[in-house]
Design a protein around this ligand. Sequence first.
Ligand code: NDP
Length: 485
Amino acid sequence: MTHPAQPKASHFINGEYVEDTAGTPIPVIYAATGEQIATVYAATPAIVEQALSTAKEAQKAWAKMTGTERGRILRRAADIMRERNHELSVLETYDTGKPLQETLVADATSGADALEYFGGLAGSLTGEHIPMGEDWVYTVREALGLCVGIGAWNYPTQIACWKGAPALACGNSMVFKPSETTPLCALKVAEILHEAGAPAGIYNVIQGMGEVGGALVTDPRVDKVSLTGSVPTGKKVYAAAAEGMKHVTMELGGKSPLIIFDDADIDNAVGGAINGNFYSSGQVCSNGTRVFVQKGIKEKFLARLAERTGNAILGDPMDEATSFGPMVTENQMNIVLGYIEKGKEEGARVVCGGARADMPGYYIQPTVFADVTDDMTIAREEIFGPVMSVLDFDTEEEVIARANDTEFGLSAGVFTNDFSRAHRVIGQLEAGSCFINSYNDAPVEAPFGGVKASGVGRENSKEAIKHFSQVKSVYVRMGDVEAAF
Ligand code: NDP
């Protein structure tokens, strides 16, 4: 019998599901059991062509609609997503292995927020009037054209919406390629947009590995590329986009610092560290994986952290009581276990976890290392799994320098009850998305993105509009034209 997660076909192009079984088969594995639940096929060159040509064509009429009309469609899609939240959350859990307890509140809901927010903004995207004496300049905010979205595997619904909603609001079309690891959810986003009234071809989804992503990025018809992925992939995609002088948004990896001063509320700080390391089993780009704890409270912090981490419920992700799921794939599990071994070898102290969980599926125990030093591999490289490194510090000045000593710059957090210090420290941290007495909130109203190697551009908020549109300026002369001859 066909598994309920099996999509009707691999691709959604020009308003319908499309199949081409000549493409490389991509098995979809449920991370909680290791069983294959679906198969999709990578896009063949014919599929890539169909996706790009229909999106290119559809964009012209879409950009001519009023923003209010486009926005209405996006807001209708948001409503449909909310009505189907349960069904979409189950699919997200099949796609990623993340527990339903999370997916019910963080995925289709976050996607719907983006569709609603950008749907609301679409009608108010205007230019400026700039007086020049008797003359004037007016500006027009125009769509870029055809945009490509390429997603990572940790938030397949959210990424498809975070890229699609602002792109469509501005009058662009989009071809979206999900990660081959999680190909299911973006198809539903395309289907729902179509059902909500988006014209055929405005939002196409095609499957494939890096090769298909590469074909999209290098196509001359494409005007912009928005990637969520790792830094090495980001460098390749950025370079390929530069060849064609395309616009880019790069949402890449991180190794973010979370700084806890000794005057902080310990339970809140522990809560922040848990949210910033163990949500989605640690597979979150903005995680605060270098937890700097001021020496005076170190052991108290570690004791409370170990106690609360012990309350994590590992189990069937479809059981709403489960609060901690598996790694997305066996490969990712092995990568993370490799880092855990490296941490032990390099002398870090295991406070809790430190091994694969003794159950079927790709589960790793939530792991805390203490006595981590700045030079250790686990403190330098992005692990993308449930591995928290706790480092000690003495002074504010010292911790700021150490926190910034990394190629990454996605996020940073500070826990302290001294608000002058909080703002002073945050002001000096090299990161795009920061938190004071909190960690990992990502509302659609706030800009999200990184500095340094963690990215270029911003998603969400009005900032995203700037990255999916361009400004035309028009000088209007009222008098005669003066010329030298
Ligand atoms: P990857 O960088 O491996 O892949 C990202 C996407 O790019 C995938 O769809 C991948 O396809 C595709 N791709 C790979 N090579 C190319 C290429 N040469 N040209 C075009 N596309 C290509 O990332 P992961 O999927 O492993 O995701 C984890 C990473 O994503 C982490 O580093 C994490 O930090 C980052 N991330 C960043 C976020 C942010 O907002 N800053 C949010 C979430 C994750 P395929 O996988 O099918 O081969």
